[in-house]
Design a protein around this ligand. Structure first.
Ligand code: BTN
Length: 247
Protein backbone atom coordinates (compact mmCIF):
# COMPACT_ATOMS: atom_id res chain seq x y z
CA UNK A 1 0.00 0.00 0.00
CA UNK A 2 1.27 3.46 -0.98
CA UNK A 3 1.85 5.63 2.10
CA UNK A 4 0.33 9.11 1.98
CA UNK A 5 1.75 10.82 5.05
CA UNK A 6 4.08 8.52 6.93
CA UNK A 7 7.75 8.33 5.98
CA UNK A 8 8.40 4.64 6.68
CA UNK A 9 11.21 5.49 9.07
CA UNK A 10 11.34 2.66 11.60
CA UNK A 11 13.73 2.72 14.55
CA UNK A 12 14.38 -0.72 16.01
CA UNK A 13 15.66 -0.93 19.57
CA UNK A 14 16.53 -4.21 21.24
CA UNK A 15 15.09 -3.12 24.60
CA UNK A 16 13.43 -0.08 26.08
CA UNK A 17 11.22 0.99 28.99
CA UNK A 18 8.26 2.31 27.01
CA UNK A 19 8.21 2.86 23.25
CA UNK A 20 5.86 5.84 23.79
CA UNK A 21 8.41 7.55 26.04
CA UNK A 22 11.41 6.49 23.96
CA UNK A 23 10.09 7.84 20.67
CA UNK A 24 9.49 11.21 22.33
CA UNK A 25 13.09 11.20 23.56
CA UNK A 26 14.34 10.25 20.08
CA UNK A 27 12.28 13.08 18.62
CA UNK A 28 13.99 15.50 20.98
CA UNK A 29 11.71 18.37 20.00
CA UNK A 30 11.61 17.96 16.27
CA UNK A 31 14.18 15.47 14.97
CA UNK A 32 11.72 12.92 13.66
CA UNK A 33 9.53 13.11 10.57
CA UNK A 34 5.77 12.57 10.62
CA UNK A 35 4.94 8.88 10.98
CA UNK A 36 8.29 7.71 12.34
CA UNK A 37 7.94 4.51 14.32
CA UNK A 38 9.89 2.97 17.16
CA UNK A 39 9.61 -0.74 17.80
CA UNK A 40 11.09 -3.11 20.34
CA UNK A 41 10.75 -6.80 21.09
CA UNK A 42 11.48 -6.17 24.75
CA UNK A 43 9.53 -3.45 26.48
CA UNK A 44 10.31 -3.41 30.18
CA UNK A 45 7.98 -0.72 31.58
CA UNK A 46 5.13 -0.53 29.07
CA UNK A 47 2.60 2.17 29.86
CA UNK A 48 -1.09 1.32 29.81
CA UNK A 49 -4.27 3.31 30.23
CA UNK A 50 -5.38 4.55 33.67
CA UNK A 51 -1.73 4.46 34.82
CA UNK A 52 -1.55 0.68 34.42
CA UNK A 53 1.51 -1.21 33.27
CA UNK A 54 1.41 -3.05 29.94
CA UNK A 55 3.09 -6.42 30.33
CA UNK A 56 4.31 -8.17 27.20
CA UNK A 57 6.48 -11.30 27.00
CA UNK A 58 9.78 -10.37 25.27
CA UNK A 59 10.25 -11.41 21.61
CA UNK A 60 6.68 -12.67 21.30
CA UNK A 61 4.55 -9.60 20.68
CA UNK A 62 4.36 -6.27 18.90
CA UNK A 63 5.10 -3.21 21.00
CA UNK A 64 5.63 -0.02 19.05
CA UNK A 65 4.80 3.66 18.82
CA UNK A 66 4.27 6.02 15.91
CA UNK A 67 4.85 9.75 16.26
CA UNK A 68 2.63 12.08 14.25
CA UNK A 69 2.21 15.83 13.95
CA UNK A 70 -1.42 16.23 12.86
CA UNK A 71 -1.97 19.91 13.68
CA UNK A 72 -5.72 19.52 13.92
CA UNK A 73 -8.13 21.13 16.37
CA UNK A 74 -7.84 19.59 19.82
CA UNK A 75 -11.59 18.97 19.84
CA UNK A 76 -10.79 16.00 17.58
CA UNK A 77 -8.34 14.47 20.06
CA UNK A 78 -10.44 11.32 20.38
CA UNK A 79 -10.06 10.75 16.65
CA UNK A 80 -6.43 9.76 17.22
CA UNK A 81 -7.77 6.87 19.29
CA UNK A 82 -10.23 6.11 16.52
CA UNK A 83 -7.63 5.84 13.77
CA UNK A 84 -5.39 3.61 15.91
CA UNK A 85 -8.25 1.27 16.82
CA UNK A 86 -9.43 1.08 13.19
CA UNK A 87 -5.92 0.31 11.92
CA UNK A 88 -5.67 -2.67 14.27
CA UNK A 89 -9.25 -3.81 13.70
CA UNK A 90 -8.76 -3.79 9.90
CA UNK A 91 -5.47 -5.67 10.16
CA UNK A 92 -7.19 -8.35 12.23
CA UNK A 93 -10.08 -8.46 9.77
CA UNK A 94 -7.59 -9.20 6.97
CA UNK A 95 -6.46 -12.16 9.09
CA UNK A 96 -10.12 -13.30 9.19
CA UNK A 97 -10.56 -12.33 12.83
CA UNK A 98 -13.60 -10.39 13.98
CA UNK A 99 -12.46 -7.82 16.48
CA UNK A 100 -14.55 -5.42 18.52
CA UNK A 101 -13.38 -2.07 19.80
CA UNK A 102 -14.14 -1.59 23.48
CA UNK A 103 -14.24 2.14 24.20
CA UNK A 104 -11.95 3.90 24.15
CA UNK A 105 -9.61 1.65 22.22
CA UNK A 106 -9.13 -1.86 23.56
CA UNK A 107 -9.35 -4.47 20.86
CA UNK A 108 -11.21 -7.65 21.79
CA UNK A 109 -11.68 -10.98 20.12
CA UNK A 110 -14.40 -13.18 21.57
CA UNK A 111 -14.47 -10.93 24.67
CA UNK A 112 -10.72 -11.32 25.24
CA UNK A 113 -8.22 -8.48 24.93
CA UNK A 114 -5.71 -8.90 22.12
CA UNK A 115 -4.46 -5.33 21.84
CA UNK A 116 -4.07 -2.22 23.96
CA UNK A 117 -3.55 1.29 22.62
CA UNK A 118 -2.19 4.33 24.41
CA UNK A 119 -2.38 7.69 22.63
CA UNK A 120 -0.50 10.62 24.15
CA UNK A 121 -1.30 14.01 22.64
CA UNK A 122 0.50 17.32 23.00
CA UNK A 123 -1.70 20.35 22.58
CA UNK A 124 -0.58 23.92 21.88
CA UNK A 125 -2.88 26.85 21.05
CA UNK A 126 -5.85 24.45 20.85
CA UNK A 127 -4.13 22.30 18.24
CA UNK A 128 -2.81 18.77 18.51
CA UNK A 129 0.77 19.43 17.58
CA UNK A 130 2.05 15.95 18.40
CA UNK A 131 0.39 12.60 18.90
CA UNK A 132 2.21 9.47 19.96
CA UNK A 133 0.22 6.36 19.15
CA UNK A 134 1.41 3.33 21.12
CA UNK A 135 0.20 -0.13 20.20
CA UNK A 136 0.70 -3.41 22.02
CA UNK A 137 -0.61 -6.41 20.10
CA UNK A 138 -0.37 -9.93 21.46
CA UNK A 139 0.98 -12.06 18.64
CA UNK A 140 2.82 -15.22 19.70
CA UNK A 141 2.38 -15.21 23.47
CA UNK A 142 0.29 -18.14 24.68
CA UNK A 143 0.47 -17.84 28.47
CA UNK A 144 -1.32 -14.95 30.12
CA UNK A 145 -2.20 -14.27 33.71
CA UNK A 146 -5.82 -15.39 33.96
CA UNK A 147 -7.05 -12.11 35.39
CA UNK A 148 -5.93 -10.31 32.21
CA UNK A 149 -8.51 -12.22 30.17
CA UNK A 150 -6.18 -11.87 27.19
CA UNK A 151 -5.66 -13.64 23.90
CA UNK A 152 -3.15 -13.49 21.05
CA UNK A 153 -3.07 -14.13 17.33
CA UNK A 154 -1.49 -17.51 18.01
CA UNK A 155 -4.23 -18.49 20.47
CA UNK A 156 -6.77 -17.46 17.82
CA UNK A 157 -5.10 -19.84 15.35
CA UNK A 158 -3.15 -17.27 13.31
CA UNK A 159 0.59 -17.58 12.63
CA UNK A 160 2.27 -14.44 11.34
CA UNK A 161 5.63 -12.73 11.35
CA UNK A 162 5.83 -9.77 13.73
CA UNK A 163 7.20 -7.53 10.98
CA UNK A 164 4.35 -8.39 8.58
CA UNK A 165 1.67 -7.49 11.14
CA UNK A 166 3.57 -4.31 11.98
CA UNK A 167 3.73 -3.30 8.29
CA UNK A 168 0.01 -3.88 7.86
CA UNK A 169 -0.99 -1.88 10.95
CA UNK A 170 1.42 0.88 9.93
CA UNK A 171 -0.09 1.14 6.41
CA UNK A 172 -3.65 1.22 7.73
CA UNK A 173 -2.66 3.81 10.30
CA UNK A 174 -1.37 6.00 7.47
CA UNK A 175 -4.63 5.38 5.56
CA UNK A 176 -6.88 6.41 8.46
CA UNK A 177 -4.53 9.27 9.37
CA UNK A 178 -5.10 10.57 5.86
CA UNK A 179 -8.89 10.51 6.43
CA UNK A 180 -8.27 12.49 9.60
CA UNK A 181 -6.06 15.09 7.92
CA UNK A 182 -8.69 15.42 5.18
CA UNK A 183 -11.26 16.19 7.92
CA UNK A 184 -13.37 13.06 7.40
CA UNK A 185 -14.32 13.16 11.08
CA UNK A 186 -17.86 11.85 10.62
CA UNK A 187 -16.78 8.96 8.42
CA UNK A 188 -14.13 7.93 10.97
CA UNK A 189 -16.68 8.04 13.76
CA UNK A 190 -19.08 5.93 11.71
CA UNK A 191 -16.36 3.33 11.03
CA UNK A 192 -15.57 3.30 14.74
CA UNK A 193 -19.24 2.78 15.66
CA UNK A 194 -19.53 0.00 13.07
CA UNK A 195 -16.95 -1.94 15.05
CA UNK A 196 -17.69 -0.78 18.58
CA UNK A 197 -18.67 -3.23 21.30
CA UNK A 198 -22.35 -2.79 22.32
CA UNK A 199 -22.93 0.20 20.03
CA UNK A 200 -26.65 1.07 20.12
CA UNK A 201 -27.38 -1.96 22.24
CA UNK A 202 -27.58 -2.89 25.89
CA UNK A 203 -24.39 -3.53 27.82
CA UNK A 204 -23.39 -4.13 31.43
CA UNK A 205 -21.40 -1.48 33.27
CA UNK A 206 -19.89 -0.67 36.64
CA UNK A 207 -19.48 2.98 37.67
CA UNK A 208 -17.81 2.22 40.99
CA UNK A 209 -21.07 2.60 42.92
CA UNK A 210 -23.18 -0.06 41.24
CA UNK A 211 -23.45 -2.34 38.26
CA UNK A 212 -26.17 -1.55 35.78
CA UNK A 213 -27.46 -2.11 32.27
CA UNK A 214 -27.54 0.77 29.81
CA UNK A 215 -27.78 1.45 26.09
CA UNK A 216 -24.45 2.55 24.64
CA UNK A 217 -25.22 5.55 22.41
CA UNK A 218 -21.64 6.32 21.37
CA UNK A 219 -19.26 9.08 22.37
CA UNK A 220 -19.82 12.82 22.74
CA UNK A 221 -17.71 15.68 21.38
CA UNK A 222 -15.24 15.37 24.25
CA UNK A 223 -14.76 11.65 23.66
CA UNK A 224 -16.82 10.74 26.72
CA UNK A 225 -18.88 7.56 26.68
CA UNK A 226 -22.59 8.26 26.25
CA UNK A 227 -24.95 5.82 27.97
CA UNK A 228 -28.70 5.89 28.39
CA UNK A 229 -29.64 4.35 31.70
CA UNK A 230 -32.90 2.75 32.69
CA UNK A 231 -35.56 5.48 32.80
CA UNK A 232 -33.95 7.29 29.85
CA UNK A 233 -31.31 9.32 31.70
CA UNK A 234 -28.34 10.39 29.53
CA UNK A 235 -25.03 9.84 31.32
CA UNK A 236 -21.46 10.61 30.21
CA UNK A 237 -18.33 8.94 31.52
CA UNK A 238 -14.61 9.48 31.40
CA UNK A 239 -12.29 6.46 31.10
CA UNK A 240 -11.57 6.34 34.84
CA UNK A 241 -15.26 6.44 35.77
CA UNK A 242 -16.69 3.36 34.10
CA UNK A 243 -15.92 -0.30 33.53
CA UNK A 244 -17.42 -2.58 30.90
CA UNK A 245 -18.52 -5.91 32.38
CA UNK A 246 -18.07 -8.05 29.29
CA UNK A 247 -16.51 -11.30 30.43
C1 BTN B 1 -3.86 -0.36 27.64
O1 BTN B 1 -4.64 -1.18 27.17
O2 BTN B 1 -3.85 -0.12 28.85
C2 BTN B 1 -2.94 0.36 26.72
C3 BTN B 1 -1.67 -0.41 26.51
C4 BTN B 1 -0.74 0.22 25.50
C5 BTN B 1 0.54 -0.55 25.38
C6 BTN B 1 1.42 -0.06 24.27
S1 BTN B 1 2.78 -1.13 23.99
C7 BTN B 1 3.55 0.05 22.99
C8 BTN B 1 3.29 1.40 23.59
N1 BTN B 1 4.29 1.77 24.56
C9 BTN B 1 3.82 1.86 25.79
O3 BTN B 1 4.48 2.14 26.80
N2 BTN B 1 2.50 1.59 25.80
C10 BTN B 1 2.02 1.32 24.45
Amino acid sequence: MQLKHFNNHVINVSETGSTNSRIQEENNNGKLLNGSALITEKQTVGKGQRGNIWVSEPHKNLTFSVITFPNIDSKFAFHLNIIAALAVQKTLKDLKLIAKIKWPNDILINSKKICGILVENQIASKNIVQSVIGIGLNVNQIDFEKSLNATSLKLEGVSVELKDVFNQIYSYLDFYYNLLIESNFKLLLKLYYDNMLWYNSIGNFDDGNSTFKAILKGINNQGLLHLIKEGGKNSFYDIKEIKFLYQ
